[in-house]
Design a protein around this ligand. Structure first.
Ligand code: HDE
Length: 693
């Protein structure tokens, strides 16, 4: 619990369950019996067999044997945090009875869990994958879960295909290879046969699948949901989360290296930012569509493989989400949190999207096996702050001691309590539905290509190049050439040039004829069309060795701190470096323990001896060259510029900032230019093809 965070109702509620093993506690069994010795089992003789009556060691080992629960069947790897949500004003009250979205006086506690999808719980944070963005709002009217992703569209249209899709993307069944990767035959076999996947696959091949940070990605509710006002009138809605720090990505080569250098990269980033008080923020926005416009689009609002272009229906701001508190215990909170799309509150309802309908079945079902029974809502992280009263009883892990004489409704014995129908009860939206029982896809779902093309044509050239490279990488890992050819054949319907470029990279015949798709654009789909620039929380490696220009380095580090960046001094070894003028400067990290891929930018201060030492160290040279290759901001002053030269970093390239001056003379313009380069995230126009790093 950080001092800055106000103690919201959920935080206060959790006090009941927090167990603080203080400084001076006696070790006990689960029964509270004090244990005198825990290193040896009770034996018949010093060298004899262990006795059954050793209740302490039996209990200790038995509990350990049962520590694991099944990981989530998808989204197994995640990281979570608590926070609060507050609407800006009440404009949405015209459309929904949900006061947590409309009353600026109401601050709603939340728990958010971010995740990757395909990898196991112990996999890495940075594979090419969708990211989950699941929010549990502990509202005064009950829990509302917005279980979204960082893509606005999904891979399939009907939940009936979900087990097929997930089996295809997960490691292959014979050998459980590859872990947390989509680049293998079964996924692409599935994709090549299922053109509805194409739009989401375009997103998967884009930089969206490689977020720099959970704090720097968008979130989407994906489905069209329904807002319902107090009079029962409905409005279609799409939910959007927009990160205050902007949407930024890693480059693919970097993402792969991060998986080894720090498999917990995104998890650590979230944790560290919250611990440092740099609380991540998102704006909740909505796209609203009046019910009478249900059929006004050239796609079906119920089709989760489609988005509503923001240029067509603008995203209107609703309120702010702030994450301000790390969990106390990963398992108790992040692992045991149970999201469910059917956790809705009055004012929010579903639509007939067949994917959403399946989810409304699946999430409850999956918790029963994962959390071992029907009482998972009693777990501290899942408990609402709203009061809970009902006649549901017993079951594994029942935590409540119901004192009522009755457990049925209606009753006279308990004064007919708890009774349904109280003010503020949830009422399902009244929708007229009729039709023949039918197992068939609606014709209105059958355009698989227009929005894939919209996405493709909305990319900047850099983003488009990354998509082509991603397709080449992924298909290049597919061993069956027929599958490669079928995927390329599908791409013809998006764009002939795209199909040809991919074909060329993966050794299959390039198609000569494409489909005539209308060339439409939606600039909001590009991450680079209007990026948010910010230095805040960006990690900067400052390379130093004995003989460093201490005055200049201190000035640079102080300037970065002042701007909200996170500079770290990296020495050839840990401890301190001695500056030119003889002062000892603390080193934050030793070079052998770190990698350039863990930083957003690199700076090399002056000092002839320091730079000579760095030039003589291959790791230092590689560090700089690799950061350059990944488009990161690079700064050097004084003799530091010689290290750039030795690493074949061209000072004239964009995002490279140098100054001749040393010490106190490091110019303000240099510091400003470095900050600008960091804020730009990456120098995408930099030429680095011949860099060997
Ligand atoms: Fe999920 N999904 N999903 N999903 N999903 C799960 O629920 C499922 C879908 C999403 O951090 C599971 O508690 C089906 C779309 C997130 O705990 C499971 C279908 C979107 C998380 C499940 C979908 C999501 C899950 C596994 C197709 C974006 C992680 C464990 C009909 C809008 C939540 C669990 C967390 C987790 C089923 C499709 C997002 C099995 C059947 C679309 C963020 O119930």
């Amino acid at each position: 619990m950080t001092d800055e965070a106000a103690r919201d109702r959920k935080d206060a509620q959790l006090d009941r369950d927090r167990v603080a093993d203080g400084d001076d506690e006696a070790l006990t069994t689960q029964q509270g019996v004090r244990v005198d010795h825990t290193d040896d089992s009770l034996k018949a003789g010093r060298r004899g067999p262990t006795l059954m009556e050793d209740f302490h060691v039996r209990e200790k080992i038995t509990h350990f044997d049962h520590e694991r629960i099944p990981e989530r069947v998808v989204h197994a790897r995640g990281a979570g945090a608590y926070g609060v949500f507050r609407p800006y004003d009440d404009w949405l009250a015209e459309f929904t009875a949900a006061s947590f979205l409309t009353d600026p006086a109401e601050e709603t506690p939340v728990f958010v869990r971010f995740s990757t999808v395909a990898g196991s719980r112990g996999s890495a944070d940075t594979p090419r994958d969708v990211r989950g963005f699941a929010t549990k709002f502990y509202t005064s009217a009950g829990n509302y879960d917005l279980v979204g992703n960082n893509f606005p569209v999904f891979f399939i249209q009907d939940g009936a295909k979900f087990p097929d899709f997930v089996h295809a993307v997960k490691p292959e069944p014979r050998n459980e290879i590859p872990q947390a990767a989509s680049a293998h035959d079964t996924l692409w076999d599935f994709v090549s046969l299922q053109p509805e996947t194409l739009h989401a696959i375009m997103w998967l091949m884009s930089d969206r699948a490689l977020p720099r940070s959970y704090r720097m990605m968008q979130g989407f509710g994906v489905h069209t949901f329904r807002l319902v006002d107090a009079a029962g009138h409905g409005t279609f809605v799409k939910f959007h989360w927009t990160p205050a720090l902007g949407t930024h990505s890693l480059v693919w080569e970097e993402a792969q290296q991060v998986s080894g250098a720090d498999p917990d990269f995104n998890r650590r980033d979230l944790w560290d930012a919250i611990e440092a008080g740099a609380f991540p923020e998102w704006e909740l926005g909505v796209q609203l569509v009046p019910e009478e416009d249900e059929f006004a689009f050239d796609f079906d609002l119920l089709d989760a493989t489609k988005l509503i272009p923001e240029e067509q229906v603008p995203v209107r701001p609703v309120g702010k989400l702030t994450l301000n508190r790390n969990p106390d215990n990963f398992f108790a909170e992040t692992e045991q949190v149970a999201f469910h799309t059917a956790n809705v509150v009055p004012g929010i309802d579903f639509t007939n999207d067949p994917l959403l309908q399946a989810r409304n079945f699946s999430y409850l079902d999956t918790q029963l096996i994962r959390l071992g029974g029907p009482n998972f809502a009693h777990l501290p992280v899942n408990r609402p702050v709203a009061e809970v009263h009902n006649d549901q009883r017993d079951g594994y892990g029942q935590h409540r001691i119901h004192t009522s004489a009755t457990s049925y409704n209606k009753n006279t014995i308990s004064g007919d309590s708890p009774a349904p129908g109280a003010a503020g009860s949830y009422r399902h939206y009244t929708e007229k539905v009729e039709g023949a029982k039918i197992r068939e896809r609606s014709e209105s779902f059958k355009d698989f290509y227009s929005q894939a093309a919209l996405f493709w044509h909305s990319m900047t050239p850099v983003e488009a190049d990354h998509i082509v490279a991603a397709y080449r990488f992924e298909l290049g890992k597919v061993t069956d050439k027929d599958i490669r050819a079928r995927v390329v054949d599908q791409l013809r319907f998006v764009d002939l040039e795209l199909a040809q470029r991919v074909a060329e990279g993966v050794g299959v015949p390039a198609p000569v004829e494409g489909a005539q798709m209308e060339r439409r654009m939606s600039p909001a789909l590009s991450q680079l069309s209007d990026p948010v620039r910010s230095v805040a929380t960006r990690k900067v490696a400052v390379l130093a060795a004995d003989g460093v220009d201490g005055t200049g380095m201190t000035r640079l580090v102080a300037d970065l701190h002042r701007r909200g960046a996170v500079p770290e001094v990296i020495g050839l070894v840990d401890g301190t470096v001695r500056s030119e003028s003889g002062e000892d400067v603390e080193v934050d990290r030793a070079l052998p323990t770190m990698a350039s891929v863990l930083y957003d930018a690199v700076a090399v201060p002056g000092g002839a001896d320091a730079v000579a030492a760095l030039r003589g160290d291959g790791r230092a040279l590689h560090f700089v060259a690799e950061a350059f290759k990944h488009g990161k901001a690079i700064a050097a002053f004084g003799a530091g510029t010689e290290l750039l030269e030795a690493a074949r970093v061209d000072p004239a390239e964009s995002g490279v900032v140098t100054a001749a001056a040393d010490g106190g003379d490091v110019p303000d313009a240099f510091l400003d230019a470095f900050a600008d380069a960091i804020a730009a995230h990456r120098a995408w126009d930099r030429r680095t093809d011949d860099i060997a790093a």
